[in-house]
Design a protein around this ligand. Sequence first.
Ligand SMILES: Nc1ncnc2c1ncn2[C@@H]1O[C@H](COP(=O)(O)OP(=O)(O)OP(=O)(O)O)[C@@H](O)[C@H]1O
Ligand SMILES: [Mg+2]
Length: 781
Amino acid sequence: MSASHAPVPLYAFAMPDLLANLNPEQYAAVTLPDESALIVAGAGSGKTRVLTTRIAWLIEGGRVSPSGILAVTFTNKAAREMMTRLGAMLPINTRGMWIGTFHGLCNRLLRAHHRDAGLPSAFQILDSADQLSAIKRLLKANNIDDEKYPPKNLQYFINGAKEEGLRASRVDANDAFNRRFVELYAMYESQCEREGVVDFAELLLRSYELLDSNRALRAHYQQRFSHILVDEFQDTNRLQYAWLKLLAGEHSAIFAVGDDDQSIYAFRGANVGNMLDFEREFAVRHRIKLEQNYRSHGNILDTANHLISRNSRRLGKDLRTDAGAGEPVRVYEAATDQQEANWIVDEIRALLDQGMSRSEIAILYRSNAQSRVVEHALVAAGVPYKVYGGLRFFERQEVKHALAYLRLIDNPDDDTAFLRVVNFPTRGIGARSLELLSDTARLHQCSLAAAAPLLTGKAGAAVASFMRLIEQVRAETAPLNLPETVEHLLAASGLNTYYEQEREGQERLENLQELVNAAAAFAAEEGYGRDVPARSLPMAPGASAAPALTDDSDAVEVIDAGAPLVRQMTPLAGFLSHASLEAGDNQAQAGQDAVQLMTVHAAKGLEFMAVFISGLEEGLFPHENSAVEIDGLEEERRLMYVAITRARERLYLSFAQSRMLHGQTRYNVRSRFFDELPADTLKWLTPRIEAGARWGGARDNAGWGRDWFAPPSHIETALADKQRAADTGYRTGQTVFHNKFGEGTIIGLEGSGTDARAHVSFQRHGAKWLSLAVAKLQIVD
Ligand SMILES: Nc1ncnc2c1ncn2[C@@H]1O[C@H](COP(=O)(O)OP(=O)(O)OP(=O)(O)O)[C@@H](O)[C@H]1O
Ligand SMILES: [Mg+2]
């Protein structure tokens, strides 16, 4: 360990406070010696709290200075929360600390060392929508059939390769089709290079390569970050893990916390296997378990534990709580999605009447598209809410237009930005002119902006006037600070006028104004004074403006001196990175006390007093795609586990028999998860009807008799299956005997022939799904 010298406690008297509220296992974890450790523990057991407290403890005891810490969180929101908590625990300025997401930290590293990384100082970040349009443009420019090579597939291929750490030149292609993909990947790489842009995966790969190839830089950071701490470790992918390894080198300690049951990003290459590799490769001696849950009431925790116990691939852990059982988990079946939304809003109003604050209430769903109907009900009821994700603020059309102009003033070679606004608002630059321009650029291997002067005729004149506009705005904004720059640009670009004249442009205008506010908030948060021009590099005392990094390690030291590294970016570049990386986060601050709406993925790590999980229908949650993926259903179950464990005191589950989604009405059967939850923690607010009886006489009892509809065909098929299962001689409600599990009651039947399965609730072993062909159940009555 680099901090091998004897610890020097600096604030010995303050110590008991920091550690006072920890349980013995948490205490042991926080105060582990300077060596790598892995904490694997269930939801709400205090992993994040332990990690944060450990940082404070390390600093407070003089084991490391704040600049020696690097902490990785999963979201920007989590990073901010961590800094706030640290600020409250210690009398230090947390701004300079390296706490952030992988993307955020890599961006910071690349900004500081852009030359060594082979990037222009004003490199721009492509979000995934930008990346897709860049790929489409590439295919079009090269006359490639986008049916044969769908842009989305190519995007997936490229990102997958990058996440494996592979450049196009190193990807193995075993057939002609794949070879073509690799060629396209290579072409995409040169296009990005030419335009000075990087996509999300590139941020990571580029900074990995930077550290890998630059010995001095690597040595510097390895020495600097003696303590690396990683939250949500189960969701790191191979490249992120390799990046951490490189940064840790031989001497730094990695303190990783995670929960294999909450691994929900396998589809993006996350790899739980990293946990096992980490233990081996870092000779981890300490694997501490935290088994006390501090978040949720008993019924909620039991519900979560019961569900996740059905997964087969688990490291295995127990979780208990001292909190009482609390309220039962309430379940509601609605006829339609609107009815579901109305019920949610009614329940929310009841909670608010009881004094719960709005921001303590979350509505979670599996897919973004589900939010619309809930939003509608909230608006109608006048309940303020905030949507995370979905069409985020920075992804709105008008905001993206404005950002594209800003990007162009920063870097005219950014072709994606160029194409977005060259003819918006319209200035008579048609598709034909742009084609000519693209041809010229390709011929000269340069960006569109660089090709503009080479274009002649009418097309040339129109493009030239656009370039003059950009140049003019560049000059006019040179002395302006960040919010002034944005404001000026909105007027000069013609965007304001355009939306003023558009019939329903009011909301878009407000969003543009909000962009000015966002820029002002960003500048204030980063500590840029009002007199700092948006495009100049603020000089920190003792820091060189453009650190030229050589093998001379003294030069490296210069970078660390003085102000935080983020100052290596101009305010404008910083803001543009923020817009790409932190999309959506801004909204959260705008409406503090609002009901929180988000996908389950976005809710990871967070907690709320009351949680509604809506749309629990087969095909939606579990998602229909999960059926075709290896481990798909287990991943959906982990996702459901994450959703349930966000709740502290109240949990509500709901589903609708019919739902409008993507313009079509879907008829749904309830999620299989309901059959996997313990019956005794749930309270059905609508009658619980066995799936088989659903379309029969029981429906009148359910109270939705009036505007009823006939079951659609796929449900009839499912019912027919159940009928066939029943034909095997078994029926629900029957008492049966199993050689190993003893006596139990059949609570569900599914499938037919050799696939027929029975869901049996055993008196001593709980509920299990058994194959009827294998299980040989004896009928008792
Ligand atoms: N020893 C403790 N005493 C009281 N409250 C605690 C203790 N440890 C953790 N908590 C609280 O329990 C809640 C859950 O903690 P935390 O968010 O750190 O859990 P986690 O393991 O990171 O959960 P997740 O897996 O969902 O990320 C928080 O509100 C935290 O403040
Ligand atoms: Mg956590």
